[in-house]
Design a protein around this ligand. Structure first.
Ligand code: FE2
Ligand code: FE2
Length: 268
């Protein structure tokens, strides 16, 4: 994994969030839209505001791996970028005259779920939230007329798309060590958890989606397309890497097909 690329990316990009100027205007959205957006964005703000303690603890467990040198530093900077998102969203909720949250049920489930298995699962749950955020901020940037919400949504959409690439780089390093059968199993559970999350979010944020003229079914369909796009890119990389590994093995003196079948070992 090219962790140096991500370290440079986060160092530059997070500074832009801290310096981002928001339009100097008051919110003049109709009252039901304002209230629905404020509540919805407050939930996303809470989700972005974690300190990354568990994620950092997990990353220490893989710090010695050659292919992930520098990953810990990249994760520290990634967490700082998520905190800059929390700060931007807090400014947006205040602009919408909303109330910041300290606790919310979907956020509590999300935090509990992240800690269930291991680092890879923690990243997968984070990634699920980022895939949902891609759809959510994409819709806000296109359909909300408020200039502050639009500015923040556009910036967060760009950043979250970067995060998707960051998580894909990491998962590629880990998943390529699995057998094809384990990779299929991983795909199945990732798809199921992602779809369940899209259902919960489309229900919990239904008032906000309605104010953007988006049905819950449309939101879920968009979420599924984002997941498919992410997953197909990841699988393309895995199959290219598998083909290269097979070619390299076949050109090795003394190679035989029966030995190659035992080369992959599950790590996750
Ligand atoms: Fe974020
Ligand atoms: Fe993110």
């Amino acid at each position: 994994m090219n962790t140096q690329h991500w370290i440079s990316h986060f160092e530059t990009n997070t500074r832009l969030n801290q310096e981002l100027q928001l339009p100097d205007c008051t919110c003049d959205l109709p009252e039901p839209t304002r209230a629905a957006l404020a509540r919805s964005l407050a939930i996303f703000q809470l989700g972005e505001s974690g300190g990354g303690t568990r994620l950092r603890r997990y990353t220490r467990s893989i710090a010695a791996l050659e292919s992930l040198q520098g990953y810990q530093r990249a994760v520290d900077l990634f967490v700082a970028e998520e905190q800059s998102h929390a700060a931007l969203l807090a400014r947006t909720v205040t602009h919408l005259r909303g109330t910041l949250l300290k606790k919310q049920w979907t956020n509590s489930i999300f935090r509990w779920l992240r800690d269930l298995v291991n680092l890879e699962f923690n990243i997968q749950v984070l990634l699920t939230a980022e895939l949902i955020a891609e759809v959510y901020f994409g819709l806000l940037s296109l359909r909300c007329s408020d200039p502050v919400v639009q500015t923040v949504a556009k910036k967060l959409l760009r950043d979250e798309m970067g995060h998707l690439s960051f998580q894909r780089d990491f998962l590629f390093e880990r998943l390529k060590t699995l057998t094809p059968a384990m990779q299929r199993l991983w795909r199945w559970q990732f798809r199921a958890i992602h779809f369940a999350t899209a259902c919960v979010v489309s229900w919990d944020h239904r008032d906000c989606l309605q104010s953007l003229n988006v049905s819950a079914a449309d939101f879920r369909a968009r979420a599924v397309r984002c997941w498919q796009s992410f997953q197909s890119r990841l699988e393309r990389r895995l199959s290219e890497d598998g083909a290269q590994a097979r070619q390299a093995a076949e050109s090795t003196p003394g190679y035989s097909r029966s030995r190659s079948a035992t080369m992959q070992s599950p790590v996750i």
